[in-house]
Ligand binder design. Structure first.
Ligand code: GLU
Length: 317
């Protein structure tokens, strides 16, 4: 395991396009949270879906972070002791941990299609996904082999009927019953790619990450991940989930939202203007004046950051 001790944060972007303001906000707060504790920051590129996340987007993202004054201390192109830092190059590592769960008979093949699952009128999870109803869990080995001859299965991990509770560093207490609220989840896709839930746990642990700062859309993934940390005997980080940044009209920002992508922002604002405006909407500064990330370190405090979704004021960007 890497890490010289002390606080270690990370950015874990999936570079499927240019960053938007929500991604930037997340990077800024991850950087500030770690730096305000004297820590360091790792850049891990979450390009498990290598086709959707070509290397040129990862390279652009690194250039953008440097331009903003948010370059990571370790990872990305520069590498470091816990590399590789591109998930697309870490399949062997994920396989090792996947095999630990498989050897305990916790993993089973699942032949359900997305359409079947949605048609099953199963309850929905907090993140909008369907709670897997367990259709393939009890499949006899012979039946599974017959199905596998026709269609490659995805691989799910069987979760217990257990309440997982934790206290988010920003949003407070959160709990979920794994079997009831989440259901057995996918560890490996039918095309052989390991799933985000497994990769993120293995990577954060092996890279020595002590705190994870990310969007509140991943809050509901955290109990699953905490359970995986425990089952794999890996140390779990502290979590801080950020409210989502919404456009002035209340819509969620997305990479398709051209206006808020870094490409367009760069044409209109300096790096200091972008950071200053973001710091303002995050409650870190009383006015949207230009500033550098470094200037925000001394006064950074999670208590200043809103816990409800943040709507960008009209005309700010
Ligand atoms: N790669 C994920 C994203 O870009 C973030 C995962 C995480 O922070 O755990 O949304």
């Amino acid at each position: 395991m890497s890490g010289a001790g002390g606080v270690c944060g990370r950015y874990a972007p999936s570079p499927s396009g240019r960053m938007h303001l929500g991604n930037l906000c997340c990077c800024l707060l991850a950087w500030l949270s770690a730096k305000s504790k004297g820590g360091r920051v790792i850049l891990r590129i979450e390009d498990l879906d290598a086709e959707r996340c070509p290397r040129r987007f990862a390279d652009l993202l690194e250039d953008d972070l440097a331009w903003l004054g948010l370059a990571a201390d370790e990872g990305g192109r520069a590498g470091g002791p816990a590399g590789p830092y591109y998930q697309s190059e870490r399949a062997e590592i994920y396989k090792h941990y996947y095999d630990i769960l498989a050897a305990r008979s916790l993993v089973y093949p699942c032949f359900c299609s997305r359409n079947q699952l949605h048609a099953a009128s199963a309850p929905h999870r907090a993140d909008g996904q369907v709670v897997y109803p367990g259709t393939c869990r009890g499949l006899a080995p012979a039946a599974a082999a017959a199905k596998a001859a026709r269609r490659a299965p995805a691989w799910r991990v069987q979760v217990p009927e257990e309440e997982i509770a934790f206290t988010d560093g920003h949003l407070g207490p959160y709990r979920e019953n794994l079997a009831r609220d989440c259901g057995d989840f996918i560890l490996r896709r039918a095309d052989g790619v390991f799933a985000y839930q497994l990769a993120v746990v293995v990577d954060d642990a092996l890279m020595g990450v002590t705190e994870v700062v990310r969007g509140a859309d991943l809050l509901a993934s955290t109990p699953r991940q905490l359970w995986l940390y425990r089952e794999l005997g890996l140390p779990a980080p502290r979590f801080y989930h950020l409210p989502l940044l919404l456009a002035a009209d209340g819509r969620r920002l997305s990479k398709r939202d051209g206006d808020q992508s870094l490409e367009n922002l760069q044409a209109r604002y300096t790096a200091e203007e972008i950071i200053g405006r973001l710091a303002f909407v995050c409650g870190l500064r009383p006015a949207p004046d230009p500033c550098r990330p470094q200037e925000l370190v001394a006064d950074f405090d999670w208590d200043k950051v809103p816990t409800q979704d943040i709507r960008l004021p009209e005309g700010l960007f």
